[in-house]
Design a protein around this ligand. Sequence first.
Ligand code: GLN
Length: 468
Amino acid sequence: MQNTGGTKITIKETQEKLKNGDISPEDVVSGFLSRIKERNKKTNGLLSVFEDATKEIKKKDKKLPLYGAVFAIKDNILIKGERCTAGSKLLEHYIAPFDATVIEKIKKKGGVFIGKGNMDEFAMGSSTENSAFGLSRNPLDLERVPGGSSGGPAVAVADGMCNAALGSDTGGSIRQPAAFCGVVGFKPTYGTVSRSGVISMASSFDQVGPLANSVEDAEIIFNAIRGKDEHDSVTSSLIKKKVKGKIKIGIPKEYFAEGMEREAKETVEKAISKINSPEIEVVKISLPYTEYALPAYEVIMASEVSANLARYDGIRYGLEFDRPAAKTIQDAYLNNRGEGFGKEAKRRIILGTYALSAGYYDAYYVKAQKVRTLIAEDFKKAFKKVDVILTPATPTLPFKIGEKIEDPLAMHLSDIFTVTANLSGLPAISLPCGKSGKFSVGAQILANRFYEDILFSVAKKLEKIWKQ
Ligand code: GLN
């Protein structure tokens, strides 16, 4: 029997092989498990591995839409009875008491889970170097980062350890690692996918979405996990569709400005020049407030992080000490938070607390919210003229391990092209658009809120063009 692990295989291909009897369900899982055994020591994509996936896949009904699909799940999404660390020492021994809504949905629709993906602590970072459990390595070059914060899930998909993965995206954490590892990453419209059972980072940005080997798989997964959920009050089942006609793609000049690494820029420009279809028109547009996006994101994100991470007080959640209990409640807080959080988490808690403090609230937080509105308006205007917007996914190719970890500002610049979608709640996908040496380069496509339909249809067309 054919072994599926080690080669990148889509859900669709796996399902076909199962249907034709080319492989058995056990083969699907054992192929991935043996790949994990061989590779995970090198890439550290997965923090835990579920050997019982073989048993699980045998129990599933063949008629279910995700039958045969094997997933890695970012370690900030709860699977009942399994450890869920969010990449933090603080949650090293935390066992999830219930399934996240997205997990429940995947289970019901026939999918199985093979392990939990490594990540930057509490989803804060762009390289997985902030994980308390060791960094992950890019399968395309082991000396380079896989991106972050969903670096582990991206590695698992790119390295043939599963069909697909779920990640979370607050400022680019699905799309940037997908671009660095040469896979597809999709952040849905804010509110289309439930965040119940997902460990919060910055709640007005957080969205769960797929990392996959094809745009079609990303769409299949999105359709399986989307929809209104009574446990997440911002969710909606709204779907908007484009009325027929030519597709207009807008190319915003601000995303091709100075400062981008030459190889990345040229690869995306070459990919755009290949778009030559009678159904598609490419037009130049401008999104003038783009340059203020990153600072606005940093202020609002850190403010929300400081509030969300306040719950890790050592009482409800926290480190398990094998030493005498702290004498005062103050000491308990200091011990837990002082020892439990890594450097980046502390930096953001301090920054966010400062931005929300009485004297500075208006100058920073309120100002950033106003900028956020202007950025959303930029997009609103643009979507009156075009159906989708195409940009580079990242300003650079995957960087070297250690290159940016001591320079948080340089690290944060990795998110410059992805944060605008989170600030505006838009759906955005990153997909491979070409190569530079051994590295894959990602293009990003954004659509208006709830227009996933047109987003996937354009992305599938471009995927075909760019694969030729
Ligand atoms: N890299 C970004 C940050 O560090 C985005 C994080 C994310 O999307 N979770 O904030």
